[in-house]
Design a protein around this ligand. Structure first.
Ligand SMILES: [Zn+2]
Ligand SMILES: [Zn+2]
Length: 385
């Protein structure tokens, strides 16, 4: 398939990323407003929405082949983590390790230098969602989350709990738009009669149904499927721990993503993308097919006993891939065996996580619930029997 590219670089070279009003490089995100603020002249502004700026909102039905924004491009193994920036103020060479930060200060003139171009090492996305939940707000939510689970939580965890150690992290995702065609075939059942029969001492309910061959063939335009693009995170064994916490605090309002500017990251950490479009093809196929199957089933409501799809085929007419980073406040705690996390969506405040459990209390409570359950069950038997 043809591959098209969209350049989402903002035209800014690596190096000084200045305040548009006064030229200072003392800039950071103010989560209370979601805006960048210049610490010298107090000017506040936001980068423009990436969808409009780079035409990422053009009709999905017009997509053909594979369209990849520059921040979502192929990762190159040879790409260096360590980059050298030339300070445009004094000419000094400053080394930045993109594993750790995308900004650094010039050690001679103290100017802040930023990496603005999309590296083939996955460090710089096309766009991001700035934090709009403040650190204090996140700490209060994590505190509340743990307090409401205090009774079951392990005493050592309660004692060592220190929500002020929360870290703001930008997590990498690939955002997928897809122009698809779906063909599904299977069988649907419509109930024609329902009745009871004696079988020994029991009464059983039976039904008659007409069985139809069902087929659906349709175009489907799918917008903004979010795919995790960090293998490290996929490697965390969430099943031993709890379900994938970052997924449970979704959704993120990705339509509000703004063009990348390294100043949004100051004071936060950012996880690097290390999976690209080719690595995520299988996962993308499964997610799109699952959305398509759901839509097909929605159109088959008249089969009141359901539809069983036997063949499913997804044709990709066109896709568009954009790399974005989303904001998460993260509190982690290692209990000696597992790392537990409490995560707060940096846009909505949605909070989820796990705390180490004090098993004694959990068992006691379930035994009590078991006894109550038996008593209630006994009453029901009495009334229905
Ligand atoms: Zn300024
Ligand atoms: Zn300098």
């Amino acid at each position: 398939m043809a591959e098209n590219h969209i350049d989402t670089s903002t035209g800014k070279a690596d190096g000084l990323d200045k305040c548009p009003k006064c030229g200072s490089t003392e800039i950071s995100l103010r989560p209370a407003t979601g805006m960048l603020i210049c610490h010298f002249c107090r000017h506040e502004w936001a980068e423009s929405a990436i969808e409009a700026q780079f035409g990422l909102d053009s009709a999905i039905g017009d997509l053909r082949g594979t369209t990849i924004a520059s921040g979502a491009g192929s990762l190159q193994e040879s790409a260096e983590d360590v980059l050298t920036l030339k300070c445009q103020a004094c000419g000094a060479d400053v080394v930045v390790n993109t594993q750790e930060a995308l900004q650094s200060r010039c050690h001679w003139c103290r100017q802040t230098l930023s990496i603005n171009t999309q590296q083939p090492n996955g460090a710089v996305p096309d766009g991001l969602l700035p934090f709009s939940i403040t650190r204090d707000n996140a700490i209060a939510r994590i505190d509340q989350f743990v307090k409401s689970r205090r009774f079951f939580a392990h005493p050592k965890f309660v004692k060592e709990f220190a929500p002020t150690e929360v870290v703001g992290v930008y997590m990498p995702y690939l955002l997928l738009d897809a122009n698809t065609h779906l063909d599904l075939t299977g069988f649907g059942e419509v109930q024609t009669r329902r009745y009871t029969r004696k079988r020994g001492d029991d009464e059983v309910t039976l039904y008659d149904a007409d069985v139809y061959q069902v087929a659906r063939s349709f175009d489907l335009h799918i917008d903004d499927v979010m795919l995790e693009s960090s293998a490290h995170r996929a490697d965390i064994d969430w099943s031993r721990n709890t379900n994938n916490i970052i997924n449970t605090i979704q959704p993120f309002d990705v339509k509000a993503a703004v063009a990348y500017n390294a100043n949004y990251l100051r004071g936060f950490t950012a996880e690097k993308r290390d999976l690209d479009v080719s690595a995520l093809g299988g996962e993308a196929h499964n997610r799109l097919l699952s959305i398509g199957r759901q839509r097909a089933t929605e159109t088959a409501g008249k089969y009141d006993r359901g539809v069983r799809w036997e063949t499913e085929h997804l044709t990709l007419k066109g896709t568009r891939w954009v790399a974005i980073s989303v904001p998460v406040w993260l509190y982690s705690y290692f209990d000696g065996k597992l790392t537990h996390f409490v995560a707060v969506n940096g846009r909505t405040g949605e909070t989820m996580g796990s705390v180490p459990i004090r098993y004694g209390r959990l068992i006691t409570v379930s035994v009590i619930i078991g006894i109550v359950g038996t008593v209630v069950g006994g009453f029901l038997d009495f009334f229905t029997g």
